[in-house]
Design a protein around this ligand. Structure first.
Ligand SMILES: NC(=O)C1=CN([C@@H]2O[C@H](COP(=O)(O)OP(=O)(O)OC[C@H]3O[C@@H](n4cnc5c(N)ncnc54)[C@H](O)[C@@H]3O)[C@@H](O)[C@H]2O)C=CC1
Ligand SMILES: N[C@@H](CCC(=O)N[C@@H](CSC=O)C(=O)NCC(=O)O)C(=O)O
Ligand SMILES: [Zn+2]
Ligand SMILES: [Zn+2]
Length: 384
């Protein structure tokens, strides 16, 4: 029976308040309006940015909301005027939209799109500035324009990438955030050249994807820095050639790296979200040309600082969102690269769980022993 035009009642993990356990609720999902797409979410991975907003430290965090942004699914129905996807298409929701019409999209200088950002930042849909989610008549906020911790979600059409139907949805959900962010930080934001020396602060999924991107770019040395020495064994498989634990030295970590590299690295990447480490990442760069890219998301109220002399003497400080990838155009390309085995995806998945285990999954994530945890959103999907 078609559900097109009907309200769908389904299960979703609702964050009622910061830091309180998520609650699996029966949520009503309204039909998509003009320019919107309703997606049956099949698989979702947990990202630290979900945990960050849930913690209450995100200045844009609104409650109650449905978190989640790294997912895959199938289009259930589309609203009026939607031409680029249709029911049955396999898709990846994209928190970084791409309208191809706004000042940002047309600039050719950035992947940030302005079309729906004002609405997604306040947890609503642009056409009427209302939510499509409710529980017994009470509206529930959207999150990052995706809200993929729900069996069904509604997103703007500019926030959907149509992908190859042969690609395994239980794997390619990762191409909705962490892996592209790390690869793109290297390829699009820093534009690392062959022979470069690279330092990566934080060897979680994002840092490992930076390592994979740097190896592909031909970096000669890839130095991984993490306070957990157990991370090195896995990191080697992603291209890290040397490992430093800042706890093993009395010297500041930037000095350790400068001493190891005859004056500093060509490129560094902060993949933790710690403002002191962002400073260290900048200051371990080589005088005259070293570039540091901020990837980690720091909490509300946190600020970065350094001596301006660091920049006067040629170091460059940059940041990246979704690795600079234009989402609708390039996520399908990343899926193709995965299908051709040119990029890793499966290797970042350490756990498979189910939607009803979501609190346990976050607990596991905070334990620091996993990379990506993928949740199966519907019981009928069977075992992975
Ligand atoms: N800019 C963007 O578009 C995106 C940013 N992010 C952000 O990237 C960051 C990293 O994400 P994940 O890799 O998933 O996180 P993760 O928690 O899996 O990895 C962080 C790693 O940093 C290490 N670490 C913690 N404190 C450290 C310190 N003081 N010095 C050295 N290492 C330290 C941890 O042991 C861990 O291995 C998060 O802040 C996340 O919110 C994630 C996706 C997209
Ligand atoms: N609302 C947060 C913003 C956090 C942030 O920087 N998000 C990244 C993506 S992180 C994904 O896991 C991003 O794309 N930023 C650009 C944007 O337009 O949001 C805060 O205010 O801290
Ligand atoms: Zn993310
Ligand atoms: Zn745009």
């Amino acid at each position: 029976m078609s559900t097109q035009g009907q309200v769908i009642t389904c299960k979703a993990a609702v964050a009622w308040e910061p830091n309180k356990p998520l609650v699996i609720e029966d949520v009503e999902v309204a039909p998509p309006q003009a320019g919107e797409v309703r997606i049956k979410i099949l698989y979702v991975a947990l990202c630290h940015t979900d945990a960050y907003t849930w913690s209450g430290k995100d200045p844009e965090g609104l409650f109650p909301c449905i978190l989640g942004h790294e997912a895959s699914g199938i289009v259930e129905s589309v609203g009026e005027g939607v031409t680029e996807v249709q029911p049955g298409d396999h898709v990846i929701p994209c928190y970084q939209a791409e309208c191809r019409e706004c000042k940002f999209c047309k600039s050719g200088k950035t992947n940030l799109c302005g079309k729906v950002r004002s609405a997604t930042g306040v947890g609503l849909m642009l056409s009427d500035m209302k939510s499509r989610f409710s529980i017994k008549g009470k509206p529930i906020y959207h999150f990052m324009g995706t809200s993929t911790f729900s069996q069904y979600t509604v997103v703007h059409d500019v926030s959907v990438a149509k992908v190859n139907e042969q690609a395994p949805l239980e794997k390619i959900c990762l191409l909705g955030c962490g892996v592209p962010t790390g690869l793109g930080a290297v390829w699009n934001t820093a534009k690392v050249e062959a022979g470069s020396i690279v330092a990566i602060f934080g060897l979680g999924t994002v840092g490992l994807a930076v390592a994979e991107g740097a190896k592909a770019a031909g970096a000669s040395r890839i130095i991984g820095i993490d306070i957990d020495s157990n991370k090195f064994a896995t990191a080697k498989n992603f291209g890290v050639t040397e490992f430093v634990n800042p706890k093993d030295s009395d010297k500041p970590i930037q000095q350790v790296i400068v001493d190891m590299t005859d004056g500093g690295v060509d490129y560094s990447f902060e993949c933790v979200g710690n403002v002191s480490l962002m400073r260290a990442a900048l200051e371990c760069c080589h005088k005259g040309w070293g570039t540091s890219v901020i990837v980690g998301v720091a909490a509300s109220g946190q600020e970065i600082s350094t001596r301006p002399f660091q920049l006067v003497t040629g170091r460059v400080w940059k940041g990246t969102a979704f690795g600079g990838f234009k989402s609708r155009s390039q996520v399908p390309w990343l899926v193709e690269k995965y299908m051709k085995k040119e990029i890793k995806v499966d290797e970042y998945i350490t756990h498979n769980m189910t939607l009803d285990q979501i609190n346990e999954a976050f607990h596991l994530m905070h334990g620091g022993k996993c990379l990506r945890i993928v949740l199966k959103m519907h019981a009928e999907l069977g075992n992975l």
